[in-house]
Design a protein around this ligand. Structure first.
Ligand code: FAD
Length: 293
């Protein structure tokens, strides 16, 4: 899958630091052999033949909002993360390695490329806040896949998703109506709203867009929403349903909503920064999270 792709292997030869080329080339060659193996092809087939299943409640009727994936999905993600496909930002030639590795490995199965890409892409946004970057970046670039739904601080590696799209706000996210209201001095916010199309629901954290009132004017702001709070309780967001998509079937895409509690007090999420020309962060943000009252 790598050596037989002459355009890709020549491009790697052209752009890699000559001192590191042999190492990178060997890495990609191994990944290409894995991608072409009968085992990996089988994982790809299984992950699509057995799409993710939403479990909204446990057997006692408590909301759990978990999505169950076939073991093949976890094998694919695990293999990709071990190969460093979310680790572009901190190692030499990292972007070249990640981009070439991604092209090679996702030939096996495209859906799991989504959480890999979102995790990779979250890093520059996190870096606008050095405190957050120091906490999360090592987990995002980790070579260890840990699918457990436990606080990110207890995991050797973490994945990130993104909650931008709303029914009325797709390409134009300025139309988003999800609202964020400050909850505590430490920068924790409560977010209330409805997201229409989000992928990788079992991620450990999400970058979520919401409107903040600033002197009577709405300002679109980006928040870091951890899936599980530091005390082990789950942050509150209800998964309404999984999308029945035409492609990308192995990857769950879902709809979040307030669980019928009206507009006030749905979820309490940590505040972060603003994706506008003027990046902004509320003072002391993200120190802790709280759960729904
Ligand atoms: C597989 C999949 C996974 C996704 N995962 C996520 C996710 O994890 N998180 C998330 O937040 N979103 C996710 N999305 C949603 C995606 O980001 C939106 O679909 C995208 O932003 C486009 O928005 P829209 O679908 O509302 O289309 P619209 O914005 O309604 O656009 C419809 C059409 O109009 C065109 N158009 C729009 N504006 C203009 C303009 N100003 N000028 C010219 N043409 C224009 C578009 O090109 C498009 O052809 C996912 C989508 C898919 C298909």
């Amino acid at each position: 899958m790598y050596r037989t792709d002459s355009v890709l292997s020549e491009a790697v030869g052209r752009h890699a630091d000559p001192e590191r080329f042999a190492e990178i080339d060997a890495e990609l060659r191994l990944l290409g052999i894995s991608a072409g193996s009968a085992q990996a092809q089988k994982w790809g087939e299984q992950a699509n033949a057995h799409p993710p299943v939403l479990r909204t409640h446990d057997r006692y009727g408590h909301r759990i909002d978990e999505v169950e994936f076939h073991p093949a999905w976890h094998r694919l993600l695990g293999h990709a993360i071990t190969a460093g496909l979310t680790d572009a930002w901190s190692r030499p030639d990292g972007h070249l390695r990640r981009a070439a590795g991604f092209l090679v490995w996702t030939q096996v199965e495209a859906g799991h490329g989504c959480p890999l890409s979102m995790t990779h892409a979250a890093v520059p946004a996190l870096r606008t806040d050095p405190e957050l970057a120091a906490e999360w970046e090592p987990r995002l670039g980790s070579h260890v896949y840990d699918p457990r739904l436990v606080p990110a601080g207890e995991k050797p590696g973490a994945l990130f998703g993104m909650g931008m799209t709303e029914k009325q706000g797709g390409s134009d996210v300025r139309a988003n109506t999800t609202r964020a209201v400050p909850l505590a001095e430490d920068g924790t916010y409560t977010l209330t709203g409805h997201k229409w199309f989000c992928s990788a629901p079992m991620s450990d954290g999400f970058l979520v867009l919401a409107q903040v009132d600033e002197g009577g004017r709405d300002r679109l702001t980006c928040f870091l929403v951890p899936r599980v709070l530091a005390d082990g309780t789950r942050n509150v967001f209800a998964i309404q349903r999984l999308k029945d998509k035409l492609g990308n079937r192995s990857n769950a895409s879902w709809r979040w909503s307030s669980p019928g509690r009206g507009p006030a007090g749905w979820a309490r999420w940590g505040a972060v920064w603003r994706p506008s020309s003027r990046w902004w962060r509320p003072p002391g943000s993200t120190a802790r999270w709280a759960r729904r009252p």
